[in-house]
Design a protein. Structure first.
Length: 324
């Protein structure tokens, strides 16, 4: 008898993101949009096995503004960010696939399952919204992207994340863009919001420039505006977006390990999200690096929820799910 392995499990509290239904049976997916919690990265030190960021997927479901209301307002009511209800009264199905399961005896199992889960979701044709976890988690997710056509990667982050390894670990949170650059179907990389000091040294800067990554510092972005940033990204084709919470200004998302002044404002990230979904087909987005211990009055989670609501509403209004 073949026992089907459980790739994901029901989130704590049993509530799907925004109250959307939960489906952890990834072989029976019938959804246009799938939400997936990916709690665990790969640590650089033993005491980081279960880090602060691993609490974020459940806390976002539990602490988002919507969870405070007895009725699922966000799904049903008029949303001023979108000019109507989030799904625009269209037949768009959103499911929460729960959190990728972990194996505490083998930390790498979590990545293998994350990749397998993401593969099933992409193969079902659904748009994937992944909630981290630290910035290692896009590594298995991006490996699961359908490889038949090229993908443009867009990263919102204060940091470059181009390290080949840290303490010998190649798939940790300092390396997602380096690993992406090695994927044959990733054709272009745009990195937006860079500022301050991170894991990157001059050699990582050189590697990024040699690859041809488009590095747009936060200060350049503020100078030219989001519209000009979007114009630099070629129209058409397929996109994958990875959002590090520290790409946002610390006044917008304070719950991060490396708060860095000068990041994207709420208005800028919103303008970016609405603009990018119209340029081509976004296959997936992840939001990573929320460290709940540093949260200030729920402000990070409220912005995280709004960011994902704007993203969902924008894809619906860009006719992503028509004729399906
Ligand atoms: Mn990052």
């Amino acid at each position: 008898m073949v026992v089907e392995e459980k790739l994901t499990e029901t989130p704590r509290g049993g509530r799907g993101f925004l109250g959307f239904p939960i489906n952890t049976d990834l072989d029976s997916l019938d959804a246009h949009i799938a939400v997936l919690g990916v709690p665990y990265g790969l640590p650089y030190t033993p005491d980081d096995l279960s880090n602060d960021q691993s609490r974020a997927p459940d806390l976002l479901r539990e602490k988002a503004q919507d969870a405070g209301w007895s009725e699922p307002r966000t799904i049903k009511h008029f949303d001023w960010d979108l000019g109507g209800p989030i799904l625009d009264n269209r037949d768009v199905r959103v499911v929460d696939c729960g959190n990728v399961t972990a194996d505490f005896q083998n930390p790498r199992e979590h990545y293998r399952r994350a990749e397998a889960a993401a593969k099933k979701i992409f193969q079902s044709g659904a748009l994937l919204i992944s909630i981290g976890g630290d910035h290692g988690i896009p590594i298995p997710i991006m490996r699961a992207l359908p490889a038949d056509e090229s993908v443009t990667l867009i990263q919102i982050d204060a940091h470059m994340d181009w390290r080949d390894n840290v303490n010998g670990e190649k798939d940790g949170y300092s390396s997602p863009i380096r690993r992406a650059s090695e994927l044959p179907f990733v054709k272009d990389i745009f990195q937006i919001g860079l500022r301050g000091v991170g894991s990157g040294r001059e050699e990582e800067m050189e590697a990024a420039l040699n690859y041809g990554a488009h590095l747009i510092s936060a200060y350049e972005m503020h100078e030219i505006g989001i519209e000009a940033v979007l114009k630099r990204i070629p129209d058409g084709g397929r996109f994958y977006i990875t959002v590090d919470a520290d790409g946002m200004d610390p006044t917008v998302m304070p719950a991060v390990n490396a708060p860095t002044p000068g990041g994207l404002t709420w208005l800028q990230i919103r303008e970016f999200v609405h603009g990018i979904v119209k340029k081509g087909r976004v296959l997936g987005i992840d939001l990573v690096e929320i460290s709940p211990s540093f949260e200030k009055g729920n402000i990070t989670f409220v912005h995280a929820e709004r960011l994902l609501c704007n993203f969902i509403g924008a894809t619906v209004r860009a006719d992503y799910f028509e004729d399906e």
